[in-house]
Design a protein around this ligand. Structure first.
Ligand code: ZN
Length: 240
């Protein structure tokens, strides 16, 4: 089987469509969504509709959670807050119902999926370093777990200790554990503006990182036209 694993679409329809087209071309047989379908960019309803129709396993992200609240819980910074206010007003009741039904963690076949961390998935902590990864590994009972939330592609491997590795082509070896960040489809923050996702080739035990060019200027124009903060459009081309 060939799983396309994608996270943090953040209402960027152009990036999402480009990733799904690449996954189809690479003959992916299954699709997995790690959450944050909405927030920041200009097509929350369209992205919800698209992912919903795929009927694939999904876990909830913090922006998905916030979008379903009647009003702000004031957990977000100013930029994210302004975007999520706009997002709430641009999702249907059905969209919110569907987003609110997503679970925090799931096991799919022999791997786990979560948006942020396995130790406290509802607190939305960030796994940026080895110490953060150690806490999550404590709760990881499968060899592989995919996560998102940081918008930074890369993986942590637990063997004797924990180390950080790149994921261009990551061989999954028995006896180790892998906590793998697919990067973000709709708002990468690792300096590479191309949309990110992973393909898990289960037959070869390889995780492959993909970076995909998309119509970024179009996504930017929509953000500005929607009246969303201009900074959200500018950051896309910086990959920050
Ligand atoms: Zn996110």
């Amino acid at each position: 089987m060939r799983f396309a694993v994608f996270s943090d679409l953040h209402a960027n329809l152009e990036a999402t469509e480009a990733v799904l087209a690449d996954a189809r071309q690479k003959e992916c047989t299954h699709y997995i969504c790690l959450g944050d379908v909405v927030g920041y960019n200009a097509n929350p309803h369209e992205c919800v509709d698209l992912v919903r129709k795929m009927n694939c396993p999904i876990v909830k992200g913090n922006h998905d959670e916030q979008a379903c609240l009647a009003e702000s819980s004031r957990d977000f910074n100013d930029l994210a807050e302004r975007a999520i206010d706009w997002t709430r007003a641009n999702l249907t009741a059905d969209d919110k119902q569907w987003l609110s039904e997503a679970r925090m963690t799931r096991q799919v076949r022999d791997f786990t999926i979560v948006h942020a961390t396995l130790d406290t998935p509802g607190e939305w902590g960030y796994v940026f370093n080895n110490l953060d990864a150690v806490a999550s590994f404590t709760y990881q009972h499968t060899t592989v777990c995919f996560f998102g939330h940081t918008h930074v592609a890369g993986a942590f491997v637990r063997d004797d200790g924990v180390k950080r590795v790149r994921t261009e082509q990551l061989m999954i070896e028995p006896g180790k554990k892998y906590f793998i960040n697919t990067g973000s489809v709709g708002q990468p923050r690792d300096g590479d503006p191309r949309a990110a996702y992973c393909i898990y080739h289960t037959d070869r035990s390889v995780v492959e990182q993909r970076r995909i060019r998309y119509d970024l200027p179009k996504a930017q124009r929509k953000i500005v036209a929607a009246g969303l903060p201009r900074l959200l459009a500018e950051r896309l081309e910086l990959g920050r």
